[in-house]
Design a protein around this ligand. Structure first.
Ligand code: BDP
Length: 328
């Protein structure tokens, strides 16, 4: 027993020394993610971490903190920018107020559909958005899918903009979304993701808007049973890294980190397509009342003042929006 113990102690000491020997180079990163276990983004970020460790033989490790335990999204974006966390899977919605170029994806109906969003993000507009984010301390390594967001509420089906009039609707923190709800005659209520379930349940808000997987994973469908397929926002997400951490990497490590993020994005997009379907089926089975919006043009027309205000404040971003809309 004594012998075993001392062998154990020696082994521990050897490990410790080896560890200390690598101190100059070993990097231990922290990663933020808002979603729960099993969600496509969660699985993909874990994969990203796994590939990183494998490809660097443990010189770089990434400890993922899921379910938003490191704080809400706007705070986490700030934490990443100042380097308190190194990695994050962020929705471009709450990045918009920080990096104006990234805000163009939050213009309602700017993308025709999800494939159009991917083509634009994988092309020149995506590069331009990345440059804007880099100027603000965030390097986008890869783009994740987040489907299309639609309205849901506890009161009634939404078929026309008039149905939104007077409704209190939770939005993510971004003036564009508040403007969007205002333009439909509703009362926007910017709020952290984690607070929405309780607010819907207690009637603090009547509704919110999100994609099928988040509508399902959060349980919002239990307390807001009308889902109306407006698909007014198609917002991509990034795997982001703090800009200083990125700059300090060797070229070889930059390549490893980028390709690990891209591999995780391939997996995320596959898992997303499956989950999108599965979540939709699950909530329908649970009794959600669903309606399609055969004609979205009334909603699109209602967004004209939102665009006008945006271009007034950001005339220089008009070419980027044009480039997105011209992407085939
Ligand atoms: C989900 C996004 C997540 C957002 C959330 C929200 O993946 O990043 O925080 O919506 O509405 O779809 O806050």
């Amino acid at each position: 027993m004594k012998l075993l113990k001392s062998i154990g102690a020696i082994a521990a000491a050897v490990t410790l020394t080896a560890g200390l020997g690598g101190v100059a180079q070993a990097k231990e990163w922290k990663g933020w993610n808002i979603h729960p276990p099993g969600y496509p983004n969660t699985v993909a970020m874990d994969k990203f971490a796994e590939i990183l460790t494998d490809k660097t033989d443990g010189r770089i490790t990434l400890k993922m903190f899921h379910s938003g335990v490191l704080g809400n999204q706007p705070d986490a974006i700030e934490q990443l920018r100042v380097g308190a966390i190194e990695i994050g899977n962020f929705n471009l919605g709450p990045i918009g107020p920080v990096a104006p170029e990234a805000n163009v994806v939050s213009l309602p109906f700017v993308f025709k559909d999800v494939p159009h969003m991917h083509r634009a993000m994988d092309g020149a507009p995506g590069d331009k958005i990345s440059e804007g984010m880099a100027k603000k301390g965030m390097i986008a390594l890869a783009w994740y899918d987040s489907g299309a967001r639609s309205f849901y509420n506890s009161k009634k089906p939404i078929s026309t903009p008039a149905d939104v009039t007077g409704m209190k609707v939770r939005v993510m923190n971004n003036d564009l979304y508040s403007g969007m709800i205002g333009a439909l005659g509703g009362n926007p209520s910017p709020m952290a993701f984690s607070e929405v379930y309780q607010s819907l349940k207690t009637g603090v808000v009547d509704g919110a808007e999100n994609n099928w997987p988040s509508y399902e994973s959060t349980g919002h469908f239990e307390v807001a049973g009308f889902y109306s397929l407006s698909e007014h926002l198609i917002i991509p997400e990034c795997v982001c890294i703090n800009a200083d951490v990125w700059t300090d990497l060797s070229d070889a490590d930059k390549e490893i980190v980028k390709s690990a993020a891209r591999d995780s994005a391939v997996l995320q997009r596959e898992l997303w397509a499956e989950r999108d379907k599965a979540s939709r089926e699950k909530v329908m089975k649970a009794g959600v009342k669903f309606n399609d919006l055969a004609d979205k043009s009334a909603f699109q027309d209602a967004m004209k003042p939102v665009y006008a205000k945006f271009f007034e404040a950001n005339p220089d971003l008009k070419p980027l929006v044009d480039a997105i809309q011209a992407t085939q």
